[in-house]
Design a protein around this ligand. Structure first.
Ligand code: 3PG
Ligand code: MG
Length: 395
């Protein structure tokens, strides 16, 4: 696989697939620019070599062609500020104007193309569309780890039209760090899994049972475990059809000698709202009209003690509904414990993308852990052992 450091971009027009699928508020302001800032070293290396950059990305999931809400033009100014140079914009990713702008791009310049998903051909992995895109540059760089699990035109199919396919810094770091966790973890190795559904995490949990010393389970999915064990969960989240699976996982953990740790208490609410009435109850004793929305104080203590003694930590998924400030305590406390293990116990800590990445960034701890992944689904699939089309296209 060609990497950025072994490739000289002087005089080249690099067509770079980035994942600029960032959250925007209703004023089209970026609320988390992690994915943009992550790609800056890739762009700067190419410019420094004397090359130019043509950036292509999707944003959201537009269904019917061009939509104001999903236009990448909203990213031009913030990206220009971060890069410290005026980024040019093509209001279509293919066609005459994109070709002309790409052709007249000079070394040191950056051009951002309009949303690839304004063409349905992108998600279909259309070969003709991929070939049209490929004409814009003479070397393809893939730095879109967050979209590497998609076999789309710009993420994978396009590779066949380039002699030179180069792995970007983000892509490289993601793969190296995921491999480090999966194959070279120092012990004790603790995985802490959260989020709403067991079904999203089952394959990863099963794989981790062969690797970890401690598996901590928190977040919405714990209630399915509790119910399966005969406890009362009131109106908490439940995947009824996954109860047998939950019991199977408990048995497997035991068989493999993995220390499986679940919440011992929960912060419950009488409605799904930040302003609901709250009370802390023991696991399995949630009253009829209540639902668990966060882990409780004894659980925080229990999880924290394990994390602080760990040498390798993988965290994926929040401990509760952290979007409600009154139920963010558990998730924030875990973020603090991961930081403490990283700084004081020299642990290697990898934070899975998506919600856990937002949680750690919102808490201001993003640069105090070892690595925050830019991938949500892509990281999960990579860690499950699947081949990612975006990575395979570089090989
Ligand atoms: C993501 O945020 O998951 C990636 O950008 C991929 O987007 P998608 O899930 O809409 O394919
Ligand atoms: Mg996704």
């Amino acid at each position: 696989m060609k990497t950025l450091d072994t490739y000289d971009f002087s005089g080249k027009k690099a067509l770079i697939r980035v994942d600029f699928n960032v959250p925007l508020n209703d004023k089209y302001e970026i609320t988390d620019d992690t994915r943009i800032t992550a790609t800056i070293p890739t762009i700067k290396k190419i410019l420094k070599d004397g090359g130019s950059c043509i950036l292509m990305s999707h944003l959201g999931r537009p269904k019917d062609g061009p939509t104001e809400k999903y236009s990448l033009k909203h990213l031009v100014n913030p990206l220009s500020v971060i890069l410290g140079l005026q980024v040019k914009f093509a209001d279509d990713c293919i066609g005459a104007s994109a070709s002309e702008q790409a052709a007249s791009l000079k070394p040191g310049e950056v051009l951002l193309l309009e949303n690839l998903r304004f063409y349905k051909e992108e998600e279909k992995g259309d070969v003709t569309f991929a070939e049209k895109l490929s004409k814009l540059g003479n070397v393809w760089v893939n730095d879109a780890f967050g979209t590497a699990h998609r076999a789309h035109a710009s993420t994978a199919v396009i590779g066949q039209f380039f002699e030179d396919r180069v792995c970007g810094y983000v892509m490289q770091a993601e793969v190296v760090n995921a491999q480090k966790i999966l194959n070279h973890a120092e012990r004790p190795f603790t995985a802490i899994m959260g989020g709403a559904k067991i079904s999203d995490k089952i394959l990863l949990i099963e794989r981790l049972l062969d690797k970890v010393d401690n598996l901590i389970i928190g977040g919405g999915m714990t209630y399915t475990f509790t119910k399966a064990l005969g406890g009362s969960i009131g109106k908490s989240l439940l995947e009824a059809d996954k109860m047998p699976l939950a019991l199977e996982l408990i048995a497997k953990a035991k068989e493999k000698g993995v220390n499986l740790i679940m919440p011992v208490d929960n912060l419950c609410a009488d409605a799904f709202s930040n302003d609901a009435n709250r009370k802390v109850v023991k696991t399995g004793e949630i009253p009829e009209d209540f639902q668990g929305l966060d882990i409780g104080p004894d659980t925080i203590k229990l999880f924290t003690e394990i994390l602080e003694k760990s040498k390798t930590i993988l965290w994926n998924g929040p401990m509760g509904v952290f979007e409600f400030p009154n139920f963010a305590n558990g998730t924030n406390a875990i973020a603090e414990a991961v930081v403490k293990a990283t700084e004081e116990n020299e642990a290697f800590s990898l934070i899975g993308g998506g919600d856990s990445a937002s949680a750690i960034n919102n808490a201001g701890y993003g640069d105090r852990v070892s690595y925050v992944s830019t991938g949500g689904g892509a990281l999960l699939e990579y860690m499950e052992g699947k081949t990612l089309p975006g990575v395979a296209a570089l090989e």
